[in-house]
Design a protein around this ligand. Structure first.
Ligand SMILES: *[C@@H]1O[C@H](CO)[C@@H](O)[C@H](O)[C@H]1NC(C)=O
Ligand SMILES: CC(=O)N[C@H]1CO[C@H](CO)[C@@H](O)[C@@H]1O
Length: 326
């Protein structure tokens, strides 16, 4: 009996390790974009990269995707089409190589809100070149995912479309053909406003010759959806805020992912997180997965910090991780 039980448990845990319900389960690694008021800033003073040991800890918890936050101005300090800063590119590359050597996905994510040096990017040709140059460095690594930009907002919708299309065209022109690309929308790419904001009607027309677009949306559970409060509106708010976007994905035969989500470590938020993740799993034909916001060495006592093992949200992980598995 005892041995049978152990065998059953061993089977259950190996099944847990093998059968993913959602393709992607991961986290935002945040720190290399810190200190944005100081460009370029110094490594270890204004900004920081990510600790490989914590990446191992997350992989040990079943995560398989890391969204690597960084700043475009630090990667190409002079202009969109300028040369790379060797150290910053070296650090980014080292992170990508470490993560993908473990079999996990690394998302290259300029945390720029559609801006460069604080001005909205209007040079779509330059943006295409930026992406072509960046993608050329990673074109042979199929575990890399390219995120066109973090959270466009307060921008002309046609420009947001054009920047996403320029990024896709730049990545493919670099010969990076096997990788997924995640377009993001205007209005902070919110899932709850994906249709009402006009993102859906506009971005449905993006074209990728490789057909590997995964629309990236973000969703927080507080009253204003900003992710700045530990409290969640209700135990079902996550699912409710995903419904219109889910319908849009299905109606248009697209796939999406939640690139940022979080809630405080309290009973209502935990219920809501579980309910929303369950809903994503039930709709895994159109949802590829979800990434927690956030980890990184400098978050201190931030409400959503999942940094192992001192982060306030580290204790949330065991309560949500099973929802990523069948
Ligand atoms: C990372 O950046 C630091 C300083 O910014 C630099 O000294 C170091 O060589 C970089 N690492 C790599 C692998 O390029
Ligand atoms: C929702 C959230 O936590 N947003 C944060 C994203 O990261 C930047 C800095 O990297 C913060 O300023 C935001 O508050």
């Amino acid at each position: 009996m005892r041995f049978e039980l152990l065998a059953t448990l061993a089977l259950a845990s190996s099944a847990l390790a093998q059968t993913r319900k959602l393709k992607w389960f991961g986290i935002n690694e945040s720190g290399a974009e810190f200190g944005e008021a100081t460009i370029p800033g110094k490594y270890g003073k204004e900004y920081i990269w990510y600790d490989f040991k914590t990446i191992d800890q997350f992989i040990g918890q079943g995560m398989n995707m890391f969204r690597l936050n960084f700043l475009m101005e630090r990667l190409t300090p002079n202009s969109l089409t300028g040369s790379f800063d060797k150290d910053y590119l070296g650090n980014l590359t080292e992170q990508v190589n470490y993560i993908t050597s473990k079999g996990a996905y690394a998302m290259i994510q300029p945390h720029n809100y559609g801006r460069f040096n604080h001005a909205i990017i209007t040079d779509t040709a330059g943006f295409k070149t930026w992406w072509q140059n960046v993608a050329a460095k990673f074109k042979d690594n199929s575990l890399v995912v390219f995120d066109t930009n973090n959270e466009y907002h307060d921008m002309d919708q046609t420009l947001v479309f054009n920047l996403n299309q320029a990024a896709i065209d730049g990545v493919r022109a670099a010969g990076a053909t096997s990788q997924y690309i995640t377009p993001e929308g205007n209005s902070w790419t919110g899932a709850w406003t994906w249709v009402s904001s006009g993102n859906g009607a506009s971005l449905v027309n993006l074209k990728d010759p490789q057909n590997k677009l995964v629309y990236q949306m973000h969703q927080y559970l507080d009253t204003d959806g900003s992710g700045t409060h530990a409290e969640c509106v209700s135990a079902t708010i996550f699912k409710e805020r995903l419904q219109a976007a889910t319908k849009w994905l299905k109606d248009n035969k697209k796939v999406g992912m939640i690139g940022e989500f979080a809630g405080g470590n309290n009973a209502q938020c935990i219920s809501s997180l579980q309910d929303g993740l369950k809903y994503l799993g039930e709709n895994s034909d159109v949802w590829y997965g979800a990434l927690w916001w956030a980890a990184g060495p400098w978050w201190a006592d931030y409400i959503f910090s999942m940094e192992p093992t001192s982060g306030k949200a580290w204790a949330v992980l065991p309560k949500i991780k099973s929802y990523f598995y069948a």
